[in-house]
Design a binder for this molecule. Sequence first.
Ligand code: S3P
Length: 435
Amino acid sequence: MVDNNKNTRSVRPADGLRGTIHLPADKSIAQRTALFAGIAEGTSRIEGYPSSADPQSALSCLRQLGIQIETDEDVLIIHGKGIRGFSPPSEPIDCGNSGTTLRLLSGLLAGQNFRSTLIGDESLSSRPMGRILDPLRQMNARVDSVEGHAPLTVGPASGPLSAIEYTLPVASAQVKSCVLLAGLYADSVTTVIETLPSRDHTERMLGLDTGIQHGKRLVHIRGGMKVEPRNWTIPSDFSAASFFIVAACITPGSVLKMPNVGLNPTRTGLLEVLRAMGARIEIENQREISSEPVGDITVYASQLASVTVTKDIIPSLIDEIPILCVAAIQATGRTEIRGAGELRHKETDRIDAMVKGLGALGAKVEEFEDGLAIEGPQQLHGGHVSAFDDHRIAMSMAISALSASDPVHISGADSVAVSFPEFFRTLDSIRPDPN
Ligand code: S3P
């Protein structure tokens, strides 16, 4: 049965995926280029800014704060006004589905001399915000929430914020970045300490001082630091690539090429894990673009074996765990993923969503509070699954359909627009039997 509902997509099994895939620009980096351009002293140009919903939310928030943004063909031009150049918004600032926009912007707004309200969609409004409210309060910022959730009210600051030394209780680049950005408005140097390294785009892009002490990573920011305008080129999104990396690995006869993909080591834990499982993944033409490592990836169909994934590597593959579960279904042996409790606080509870989704296709998945275990290989059957309105669940279930015995119908599939609006078109383009 093919469901005609616009928001339901049906994906048929396939063999032999082939081609070259051009992936969208990195969502995490894109949102940072926009926010950092907004507080820079002068005009920044961003090449290839993505049309997906989260990066667009960052732009509309900046516009609400009085930042002028233009486009010139493929280039976005942002006229930054310095760290104190935002205008008070006349309405609540809408961050849509984007945790990165909401949490990073909260740091910037904590230091302004006006009050803002930050809102988001239903999913964002159910995600935990205590993790940014606690350090912001330690900095003497005025912040309020609805029982630890958005809407948040932030500011006004009556004077400089207090610089703090803050050890992250959870490995989170959003929390780290929020504290660092609030640190721009502090009376001296703010330091964030992390036990497990989370993605380091903020520190790379702002050129912050970093160090290692007693095995922990330190990042420093000086209050009042000026942000220079820049010309940014955004690499393709490794997290978007991950769906096609796994698709090529598990689909017999596949060879897929993905040029120009961001390979920041704080993001590419999936490559390490898949290679340990026996995947053949080649990387060529390694180079640096706008302070970020980039390369061309080629992936070949591979016989996968199970692996154990533990807490230390989780931050570097946190967004790739749903698609790693799809690889585990095809791998021989028991794959166990632990220390991944943070997955329960994403756009949806991604542990629950994958257990339910793969379960609906006949898979046996063992669920833990902090992860899951899958004994492979398992033959999936077709059926109906929900994306739980989460882009990464929608794309993971679509890739799982490639090795199912019958089509899989995914409701809530439009959620791919959050990070990868062209996902289904891209998937069709590499099938030997398009349409
Ligand atoms: C992001 C950090 C991660 C990640 C999210 C993007 C960022 O979230 O899951 O998709 O851009 O900093 P956490 O910081 O909550 O782990």
